[in-house]
Design a binder for this molecule. Structure first.
Ligand code: CDT
Length: 316
């Protein structure tokens, strides 16, 4: 008996600043229909999928920033996405900027939700590894102000038990963009038995502090997700918002990596494109039960430094 979930990596091409959420949702709904025609059970959309990638700009007024945030999910513009997915019986991952009123104050997070085939939110994740900088740095060709506009996520990396396809329940976790470069992200979910990790991203080709990495951006994208999949015996679905957005080139290269570490599906454009993979969740078992049998082979008492120390301290 296999446990197959058909997954659609729903890469989005550029979203202009002037584009409305209603227009973006219409593009996403079109992708849901295409997914349905191919028998897809679960669609993964990118990080901050409803608007242009606004951390590339420095805004002086908070109201300008807040215009990119959602106050409710679903809200009036996103409800059609939830309703169409429910009608089609498709679950989805959606990244968006979340404005929440919590602990008597306004809080802002880079968030993703997992919606099940019945249209209900069954999981939430708030991005933990926020890249970039907190102050305006005019020397850069463009800004990356995630550290200014978002708080660090406060939910850890929970793993959710969700019915992903008719009669197939799986263990699903989420991460967002820069999280995918850190092995801790995958391992915390691996330690909860995760079978599929969903990751949306916006990755500029050009990295202003390290332009010598630019030519390696696709290689690094694949490297980290393939390694995360293999080392934890899990499926990994990585999905881009891609293409030239407001003058900034972003990578595509959306992929599905199998628990073997192999890429089994990939987008080949930088526009709206669906890459589809049939993912048997039981293919995780041969890795989880042998090479990466954590209970048998991990040596956590030797790993203390990983949580005790933040930056590297070389020996004297
Ligand atoms: N959105 C996001 O997290 N982007 C970052 C750019 C980092 S610059 C190396 C990423 O890790 O792709």
């Amino acid at each position: 008996m296999s446990r197959v979930v058909t997954v659609g990596a729903a890469q989005l091409g550029p979203i202009a600043r002037a584009e409305t959420r209603t227009q973006v949702v219409a593009r996403m709904v079109a992708m849901l229909h295409e997914a349905k025609r191919h028998g897809v059970d679960l669609v993964v959309f990118p990080e901050l999928a409803l608007t242009t990638f606004f951390p590339r700009w420095y805004f002086e007024r908070q109201e300008e920033v807040d215009a990119f945030f959602e106050r409710e999910m679903p809200g009036p513009e996103t409800k059609p996405l939830f309703e169409e997915a429910r009608t089609l019986g498709i679950g989805f991952y959606l990244g968006y900027a979340e404005l929440a009123h919590e602990d008597g104050r306004v809080r802002r997070f880079n968030t993703a939700v997992l919606v099940d085939r019945r249209g209900g939110i069954v999981g939430k994740y708030r991005k933990i590894h926020l890249p970039g900088h907190a102050e305006h740095e005019p020397w850069r060709a463009f800004q990356h102000l995630e550290k200014r506009y978002f708080e660090r996520g406060d939910l850890g990396w929970p793993v959710f038990r969700v019915e992903l396809a008719a009669g197939v329940t799986g263990l699903v976790g989420m991460a967002i963009c820069n999280d995918r470069r850190w092995p801790e992200t995958y391992r915390v979910m691996g330690l909860q038995g995760v079978e599929m990790i969903l990751i949306g991203y916006n990755t500029p080709v050009h990295n202003p502090p390290a332009p010598d990495h630019d030519a390696l951006s696709h290689f690094h994208n694949e490297l980290v997700m393939q390694a995360g999949a293999y080392q934890n015996g899990t499926w990994v679905v990585g999905v881009a918002k891609a293409g030239r957005e407001e003058g900034v080139e972003q990578i595509g290269n959306s992929i599905v990596a199998a628990p073997s570490g192999e890429i089994v599906a990939a987008c080949t454009t930088t526009g709206d494109e669906l890459a589809i993979a049939r993912c048997d969740l039981d293919r995780t078992l041969s890795y989880k039960n042998t090479t990466f049998n954590f209970a048998r082979h991990r040596e956590p008492e030797m790993y203390g430094m990983i949580v005790e120390r933040k930056g590297a301290i070389p020996p004297p």
